[in-house]
Design a protein around this ligand. Structure first.
Ligand SMILES: NC(=O)N[C@@H](Cc1ccccc1)C(=O)O
Ligand SMILES: [Mn+2]
Length: 412
């Protein structure tokens, strides 16, 4: 039995279809448990059913298309990615991995492949954390790492909890236990994803063999001063919260540039209250996203940032707090799967190189309960989380062929 090649035209058509399920505005904005999510879900479920997969949805809405194997006692080999997006993001981040997994399932069916292990296509929800400010929630549910309490503490900007939104969406979020997978029922997970960085394109390499994923730390930093009249309050009497906050942002940037070991820091969102032209800022809240392949660099950087924030706040006569709300150590992917990704790329004659992911992925959590590998395809100009995000459909086809080879190799 020879596997047919994946088809770039079907990948392209399905991606364009899914890209239209977005709120108005530049790029793709598809938040979890919204009408846009519901429309994408419908297309994914229909594609799974057309490919002979039986479809289940777990407590949080992860969609699992399953094909039983000739040996039902074996754990499943799964492949897929997420299908939510950041605001005004691209049409490939996550969704390309779902579409390529669907394409792989079509090729297996058309090739008449007889699988020993059950095979699963998994379309994962709420990876970006755009709605509930909690990264990789869908992947964490698969890894059994979401608690019942999380369902009530994670809220969107209107205060709607995950439990309320998932229930309104027709799911049973309380059934978290059924979402949790284990090594007994999951043999491996392979995630195809766009690189979201410049390396593969710069080096003209077709396939990224992901060996590890950076550690991620997320914080909310608050600065509390005192609001006053912008016209009548002399400068020496002010407790302006924004001036020290601006200094903190600049200092964080200086610290990271001094480390220069691949560690990165981003202040992506900053709010000022009360926010009027003629009002001295009384409060500032900003986010801080730290990433590094080196756990130690993050630890040292966090210590230095916390000391600096306290120092700058004291000097400015304001209060400040550094609140961490997400922390994940760097993850090494499973050599069993990583080696097969590399072998598959070689056998298929694709240029490839080992690469560390600067983006976080559901695979980081799923790696805690089974063997995980990732396949990267090039991103044009390394851009992602922007409407300009682009990957070539034939590169996605090549990535899909790699996924197919890894799945069938693991299935032997
Ligand atoms: N693939 C991708 O973009 N993943 C997200 C995962 C994430 C979400 C929220 C916070 C931190 C990280 C990223 O920004 O890396
Ligand atoms: Mn993303």
């Amino acid at each position: 039995m020879t596997l047919q090649q994946a088809r770039a035209d079907r990948i392209e058509e399905e991606l364009w279809t899914l890209s239209r399920f977005s709120v108005e505005g530049p790029g793709v904005t598809r938040l979890t448990y919204t009408p846009e999510h519901a429309a994408a879900r419908e297309v994914i479920v229909a594609a799974m059913q057309r490919t002979g997969l039986s479809v289940q949805e777990d407590a949080l809405g992860n969609i699992i298309g399953r094909r039983e194997g000739s040996d039902p006692a074996l754990p499943a080999i799964a492949f897929g990615s997420h299908f939510d997006s950041v605001r005004n993001g691209g049409m490939f981040d996550g969704t390309a991995g779902v579409v390529c997994a669907l394409e792989a399932a079509r090729v297996l069916q058309e090739s008449g492949y007889v699988n020993r292990h059950p095979l699963e296509v998994i379309a994962i929800v709420e990876e970006e954390g755009t709605r509930f400010s909690s990264g990789m929630l869908g992947g964490r549910a698969i890894a059994g790492l979401v608690s019942d309490a999380d369902l009530d503490t994670l809220v969107d900007e209107d205060g709607v909890t995950v439990r309320e939104a998932a229930t309104a969406f027709g799911l049973e979020p309380g059934e978290l236990r059924t979402a949790a997978r284990t090594r007994d029922d999951l043999r491996a997970f392979i995630e195809l994803h766009i690189e979201q960085g410049p390396i593969l394109e710069q080096e003209k390499v077709e396939i990224g063999v992901v060996t590890g994923i950076v550690g991620v730390r997320a914080f909310r930093i608050t600065v509390e001063g005192r609001s006053d009249h912008a016209g009548t309050t002399p400068m020496h009497l002010r407790q302006d919260a924004l001036v020290p906050a601006a200094l903190m942002v600049r200092e964080i940037n200086r610290f990271v540039n001094e480390i220069a070991d691949g560690t990165v820091a981003t202040v992506g969102h900053l709010t000022v209250t009360p926010g009027g032209l003629n009002q001295v800022p009384g409060g500032v809240e900003f986010t801080l996203d730290l990433r590094s392949p080196h756990e130690e660099s993050i630890r040292l950087l966090v210590d230095r940032i916390e000391a600096m924030v306290a120092e700058v706040a004291a000097a400015a006569g304001v209060e400040a707090a550094v609140n961490g709300f997400f922390a994940l150590s760097p993850v090494g992917l499973s050599p069993v799967v990583v080696d097969r990704v590399r072998d598959a790329a070689s056998e298929l004659g694709f240029t490839h190189r080992d690469i560390t992911s600067g983006a976080g992925h559901d695979s980081m959590f799923i790696a805690q309960i089974t063997d995980v590998g990732m396949v990267f395809v090039p991103s044009r100009a390394g851009r992602s989380h922007v409407p300009e995000e682009w990957s070539d459909f034939d590169d996605l086809r090549k990535g899909t062929d790699v996924v197919l080879h890894v799945v069938t190799a693991l299935d032997r």
